[in-house]
Design a protein around this ligand. Structure first.
Ligand SMILES: [Cu+2]
Length: 414
């Protein structure tokens, strides 16, 4: 019996050590930060980010990086996400490794929430200033009240230097230039320490004498009055008076040192100016769309009609941050994140120029590891198996037209 018990103990210990060793060596590096775990159909059917550009990939502390681009608020917004009546253009980074200097939607500064309209396309720009050295995965994102974060494509940006060099100067309307990195810090520290010491002094005054048992016994014996002397009363009055006096005096000192102060500025901004969407002269009908389970590709049967005046070819399909390109038509030069760019991921059964007036039905396949890595394949678990995306057509001169597609996406198992 004892032998068996010893064996169990022994092997449990070995198991525990193995488990510990295995987990301590397993340190995956996260390359996506939240978006992969979101429902695929929601990523496809909320906001389409495109024309993104990053001014730099490597910066020094205090340098700025500009992220610009456009986003389209999809017409078929899901019911499970509240409409973006109160939305905030955010940046997805692990803490303030950059600070946001400016952000604009349609040329207007947007430090507050904004109201976005479904179906519209907006232009945005975010200016970031580097703060903490490291390699950071920077996402543009939109926080929607009642819907949560809608995460855009993330790009790795390297910051070199030392965080102690970081400066964040701002000039107030009273003509004073302060560094927001440290402004007010010593004042906050002073007042918190001051009142903590004040409180401690009050406690120490009483605990110099025996605290518990003698007092309980005295109080039980009906002699509680003897526990508080005349001096104690004076000290208590002094503490009370000092507290009120210090509060009033320091408040008036604060008022005279900072005579001009304003309330916190807040309130949703309406009237964001969208881009004038030109109606595309190309009509696309999705006859059907499907994807293999398991697999890393989706296919669509499209009937494309060119109502324009020049011949066009399909160069790109975008869905949920992933860009599938046909490299014979279009090549990316924006430095789009590699893990989201399928440089040759789009194959069209017949991608010869579609002449004006012509209609053609083609088979389009969008295939890349990103389909699996970014878990778009997980649409199989979603309660709404529909996709949405953007198609980019180009004519010989390189003029681009964007057509939005939206259709059911049917899995195929055999
Ligand atoms: Cu990320």
């Amino acid at each position: 019996m004892k032998v068996i018990r010893d064996r169990i103990a022994h092997w449990s210990l070995v198991g525990l050590l193995l488990a510990f060793a295995a987990t301590s060596f397993y340190a995956p590096s996260a390359s996506a930060h939240g978006e992969k775990s979101q429902a695929a159909f929601m990523r496809m059917r909320t906001i389409h980010w495109f024309d993104l550009s990053w001014s730099k990939e490597k910066v020094k502390v205090n340098d700025t990086v500009e992220i610009t681009g456009k986003f389209h608020v999809f017409e078929g917004w899901p019911e499970t996400v509240r409409e973006p009546n109160v939305a905030f253009l955010n940046i997805g980074i692990p803490g303030p490794v950059f600070i946001r200097k400016e952000s604009y939607i349609g040329g207007q500064l947007v430090p507050r929430s904004v109201r976005l309209e479904i179906g519209k396309t907006y232009e945005f720009k975010v200016v970031l200033k580097a703060r903490r050295p490291g390699d950071w995965h920077v996402h543009t994102m939109m926080n929607v009240e009642g819907g949560g974060p809608i995460i855009g494509p993330g790009k790795w940006i390297t910051i070199d230097g030392s965080m102690s060099d970081f400066k964040n100067p701002v000039t107030t309307l009273t003509g004073q230039t302060v560094d927001l990195e440290t402004y007010g810090e010593s004042n906050i520290a002073f007042w918190h320490v001051f009142w903590a010491v004040f409180g401690v002094a009050w406690i120490v005054y009483w605990i110099r004498r025996p605290v518990f048992l003698p007092r309980i016994l005295l109080a039980d014996a009906g002699r509680a009055d003897e526990l508080i002397s005349g001096t104690d009363r004076k000290v208590a009055m002094a503490f009370g008076a000092a507290t009120i006096l210090i509060v009033v005096m320091s408040m008036s000192a604060a008022n005279s040192k900072y005579p001009i102060t304003i309330p916190l500025q807040a309130g949703t901004m309406r009237g964001m100016v969208p881009i004038e969407d030109k109606k595309p002269t190309i009509a696309v009908k999705v006859e059907d769309a499907s994807y293999r389970v398991p697999g890393r590709a989706m296919r669509m049967k499209l009937t494309i009609t060119n109502n324009g005046s020049s011949a066009v070819r399909l160069g790109e399909f975008y869905t949920a941050s992933v860009r599938f390109l046909d490299s014979s038509v279009y090549k990316d030069t924006s430095g789009y994140p590699e893990d989201l760019l399928a440089e040759d991921g789009l194959s069209v059964s017949d991608n010869s120029p579609l002449a004006p007036g012509e209609t053609r039905t083609v088979e389009v396949q969008a295939s890349d590891a990103a389909w699996e890595v970014y878990r778009l394949a997980d649409i199989i678990y979603d309660p709404d198996s529909r996709f949405a995306g953007l198609l980019f057509f180009f004519d010989a001169a390189g003029t681009r037209q964007i057509v939005q597609v939206d259709a059911p996406l049917i899995p195929s198992f055999m």
